[in-house]
Ligand binder design. Structure first.
Ligand SMILES: Nc1nc2c(ncn2[C@@H]2O[C@H](COP(=O)(O)OP(=O)(O)O)[C@@H](O)[C@H]2O)c(=O)[nH]1
Ligand SMILES: [Mg+2]
Length: 205
């Protein structure tokens, strides 16, 4: 990670990505206290929601991937826009959060794999890595998961990371936004801010 990435414009931008309905807006609300609308009909907006707290900027991007009631073409537009926006702003993104629904992720990925397609979340993870953007995977909705360690092991495997998931705790933060359990994520965010010499922003998280 380069220092310049952080010092540019003096902002620390956390960019959130993920399919619709995984809990991105709920997480933004839990993290910042900002009342982002949640559970809204997905895929309607193309623009990210931006929450600013001094130099800390959280961008909640529209959900990519399948959305019921949204035309396929519109879904492609959303994905292309997100990809282009990441390419264009790569230098300004200090940290990306790739939010997934832990309770359905493995099943959804396997459905894509059975069609010989690259699951969109995996594609996005690889894309962020290619651009050398520091990325944290956030398996949300952990309250709906029974065998947590087993599911998290399966999740990291799907991203091409070796089990056990506990080896990857610096880039994986299981949460339950609905229950307000986001400590794992908060700890990682605080570590990233500290590493970027932005302790002045700790108070906003
Ligand atoms: N069970 C459970 N539901 C959640 C959790 N986080 C969000 N939700 C619900 O999932 C739905 C979508 O949440 P939202 O934040 O709007 O997702 P977004 O489309 O990714 O922004 C809402 O009904 C939330 O209440 C969670 O941790 N556990
Ligand atoms: Mg949302």
């Amino acid at each position: 990670m380069s220092e310049t990435r952080f010092s540019k414009k003096g902002k620390f931008e956390i960019a959130m990505f993920g399919r619709s309905n995984v809990g991105k807006s709920s997480l933004v609300r839990e993290l910042t206290g900002h009342k982002v609308r949640t559970g809204k009909r997905p895929g309607v907006t193309l623009k990210p929601t931006i929450v600013k707290r001094s130099d800390l900027v959280v961008t909640d991007h529209p959900g990519f991937g399948f959305m019921s009631g949204v035309k396929e073409r519109k879904q492609d537009i959303v994905k292309d826009r997100i990809v282009r926006s990441i390419e264009k702003n790569a230098d300004e993104i200090s940290l990306a959060l790739l939010v997934i629904d832990a309770s359905s992720f493995v099943e959804v990925v396997e459905r894509w794999e059975s069609r010989n397609e690259i699951p969109i979340d995996i594609e996005m993870f690889d894309f962020l890595a290619e651009l050398e953007i520091d990325t944290i995977i956030v398996p949300n909705k952990m309250d709906k998961v029974k065998n947590k360690d087993k599911v998290l092991d399966e999740i990291v495997s799907k991203f091409g990371l070796l089990k056990p998931w506990t080896k990857w705790k610096y880039i994986i933060a299981p949460t339950s936004a609905k229950k307000g359990s986001i400590d794992t994520l908060k700890i990682l965010l605080r570590e990233r801010l500290h590493a970027a010499k932005r302790d002045d922003l700790l108070k906003y998280l």
